[in-house]
Design a protein around this ligand. Structure first.
Ligand SMILES: NC(=O)c1ccc[n+]([C@@H]2O[C@H](COP(=O)([O-])OP(=O)(O)OC[C@H]3O[C@@H](n4cnc5c(N)ncnc54)[C@H](O)[C@@H]3O)[C@@H](O)[C@H]2O)c1
Length: 343
């Protein structure tokens, strides 16, 4: 924040966010990894997300994720993200979001950023970090399967490819043949490995060593542990696809225990069923820090609730990049009533 006078307030568009993040998959995965470590040592504040739901629109929600991150990032803020699944049929993305960044010293908001791209980016970067750490000590997966093929699946593929993953085979499964075909078209343009669209969910899972769940399922729909007998690494990004039987037969990791055992996620269902958290091996940070080792001969499931600190870290990165490029659009006089007793 600059000296005296009205603190500057900037608005950063989706186009600016995209330009700041394009081709930066490696930097962003490193940033997300660093943020998990900062969070892991407790140099953050990340209260529970607040879910605003509507009796007249049961499938919709808007989530508030307030957070504060320390380390060298030192920024506070709030992500405010809507999920309206019916949007997809109307031709616009399910999720839309803004991120507010607040100054560490004064609390003043200093930027509002378009945040659906930031959110998808931090989610995909987190998935890429998890894929890397959780597959160490076993043959690196060469067959990936995408279960659910929307925007998040596309970003996760982009981040895996952008951080050096090469796949011989890419499996695709979606309830909507149109969505599966659209994703296939994206993969073909991206120049990936051999692509197979599976109508049968079981075949997709049995054919994948790395499985990415990115559906919008509200309740578990995969419940047969034998589908996982080849012990894949599972990125359970959509959080509610797997029945307790699957988790109970797997090594389970989350991003944050308190966050993830809420809101009827699959891990939350397991806790309710068993009355214990013993089924959890730990967090991704535990794995990165060497406190937890992932056995190579077990299915490993990572269920990331999605932490506001990641949005802050990526949002601040974007803010700094746009500032460096001299392209910050400051709204003049945004804060106006600045004299205590008037002028
Ligand atoms: N954990 C996190 O940090 C995090 C962050 C962002 C998004 N997400 C989650 O990722 C998911 C995907 O988001 P998106 O923006 O890509 O959504 P989207 O609506 O663009 O795509 C979801 C796709 O899943 C398909 N689908 C729905 N139910 C299915 C089922 N039972 N089997 C197979 N396919 C199914 C839909 O047809 C659609 O193509 C959402 O659940 C979202 O909440 C998680």
């Amino acid at each position: 924040m600059t000296g005296t006078g009205a603190p500057p307030f900037a608005v950063i568009s989706g186009a600016q966010v995209r330009d700041a993040l394009r081709g930066r998959e490696r930097q962003i995965t490193e940033l997300v990894e660093e943020t998990y470590r900062i969070h892991g040592v407790g140099d953050s504040v990340n209260p529970p997300s607040y879910f605003l739901r509507f009796p007249d629109r049961p499938s919709a929600r808007i989530i508030a994720l307030p957070a504060s991150i320390g380390g060298k990032l030192r920024v506070d803020g709030l992500k405010w993200i809507s999920s309206f699944p019916e949007n997809v049929a109307a031709g616009i993305p399910r999720a839309s979001a803004v991120l507010i960044l607040n100054d560490h010293d004064t609390g003043y908001p200093f930027a509002c950023l378009e945040s659906s791209i930031i959110s998808a980016t931090r989610t995909a970067a987190s998935a890429a970090v998890a894929a890397d750490w959780l597959s160490r000590g076993r043959p690196r997966p060469a067959r990936v399967g995408f279960f659910g093929t929307g925007l998040i699946a596309r970003y996760i593929h982009m981040f895996l490819a952008g951080t050096g993953w090469l796949f011989d085979e890419i499996g695709v499964h979606d309830l909507s043949a149109e969505h599966a075909a659209g994703f296939r078209g994206y993969l073909e343009k991206a120049g990936s490995g051999r692509i197979t669209v599976y109508e049968d969910a079981e075949q997709l899972i049995r054919s994948s060593d790395l499985v990415v769940f990115a559906t919008v399922a509200g309740e578990p729909h995969v419940s047969d542990p034998s589908w996982f007998e080849h012990h894949p690494v599972v990125l359970h990004v959509s959080l509610r696809d797997l029945a307790p039987e699957i988790l109970l037969a797997s090594v389970n990791l989350v991003d944050d225990v308190e966050h993830c055992l809420k809101a009827s996620t699959s891990p939350h269902l397991v806790e309710q069923l068993t009355g214990s958290r013993d089924f959890l091996a730990g967090t991704l940070d535990d794995v990165m820090a060497g406190r937890v080792t992932v056995p190579p001969d077990r299915t490993v499931v990572f269920s990331p609730f999605g932490l506001g600190v990641l949005d802050l870290a990526v949002g601040k990165y974007v803010y700094d990049e746009v500032t460096r490029a001299g392209e910050l659009h400051v709204i003049d006089d945004f804060f106006h009533e600045l004299s205590r007793y008037g002028r």
